[in-house]
Structure formats: C-alpha cells, structure tokens
Write a protein that binds this ligand. Structure first.
Ligand SMILES: [Zn+2]
Ligand SMILES: [Zn+2]
Length: 186
C-alpha cells in the first residue's frame, strides 16, 4: 500500500490552509512542523477583526498589498501567541517566501523551508537562507494525493486506523468509524 509521503502530506496542509486566504492577489498557506507534527498554520490575511481584501479590495502601496500579514508570519505568530517553540522546526509554504518573511523565518530558528512554487525568489533571500544555514527544498504539490475517491478500501482502512492511533482513539472505535465511513462511501 502506497502511503502519502510526509512532504506531500504537509504541503497538502499548506495548500488547504491557503484556501482561507482573504487577499485575492495571491493565496498563500504555510505550515510549521516539528518532529513530523504540525504545530502551526497560517494564511495571508488581515489582522483579526480587520477589513478583508476580498470585500474591500487590496490596499496597494508601491505595488504591494500592505493590508495582509503573510502566511509564514501568521504561522510564526501563532506559535508566539500560544507558546510553541519554532527552534529547529521546518516550514512548508505554497510560495517562495518574500524578503521580510525570510528574515523572520531565519530568526525564528526554522531550519528547513519546503516551498511548492517559485515566487519572485529574491537573490538576497537566497543569500540570507544560505548564510543562516537554512535548507531550501522545492516540493511541487501533487494534487492527485488528495483524490480520495480513487483510494481503495484497504488504503482507507489503514489510514483511518493510523489517524485514530495518532489522536489516541481505541482500535475498536476506529473500526466502527471506518465501517461508518465505508457505508457512506458505498
Ligand atoms: Zn490584499
Ligand atoms: Zn512574506
């Protein structure tokens, strides 16, 4: 049975998060991972309670929308708010980070950045990542990993059991859950 690779799994998460973006110029999602555990996620959007670009139009100054906090920053700030260490963590982001985010990523102690798409990759950002010893890896997102309709029953069974074990659900309950899901699918 073929399981979804970790990098595709976390990249899928970042793409899912990006769907919550409120800025219509670019929808970005970021996921911070430590020891293969998701510790935070963010999308580019306004401050909590602020106007959304999607409703009010972008607030553009010098060719940039200045209303939004970038996805990477939102993920890092979520860690600051709720007290999760980002030291030696990994970041999965849908687009190559801008210069401001690059500096924050480095300063937060993040050691590896996976990105799905090149986006105005700034040479100084590349230089800074290099100086800081932050590893960069391009991981193009393979959308077919999300086509769960193609999954067969055996795959689904294993995935439900694994997911249940991760969140400490007893095997018998996981089995009931699987039966319920498969009933719905059939
Ligand atoms: Zn905007
Ligand atoms: Zn940025």
């Amino acid at each position: 049975m073929q399981r979804i690779a970790w990098d595709q799994f976390f990249m899928a998460q970042s793409h899912l998060i990006s769907s919550r973006s409120t800025c219509t110029r670019l929808m970005v999602g970021a996921t911070i991972v430590r020891d293969k555990r998701i510790i935070a996620g963010g999308y580019n959007g306004s401050i909590a309670g602020g106007d959304h670009c999607a409703e009010h139009g972008c607030y553009v100054v010098d060719g940039h929308c200045i209303r939004t906090i970038h996805a990477e920053m939102n993920a890092i700030l979520q860690c600051a708010k709720f007290g999760a260490s980002t030291d030696r963590a990994e970041l999965y982001v849908t687009h190559f980070p801008c210069l401001a985010c690059t500096k924050s990523i480095i300063q937060a102690g993040i050691k590896k950045v996976y990105f799905a798409k090149d986006y105005k990759n700034h040479p100084y950002a590349l230089e800074l990542f290099n100086i800081a010893g932050v590893e960069l890896q391009k991981v193009e997102f393979d959308e077919s990993v999300l086509q769960i309709n193609n999954w067969n029953a055996e795959k689904m069974h294993t995935l439900v059991k694994e997911a249940a074990a991760e969140i400490n659900i007893e095997p018998e309950k996981a089995e009931q859950l699987y039966l319920k899901i498969s009933e719905k699918l059939n």
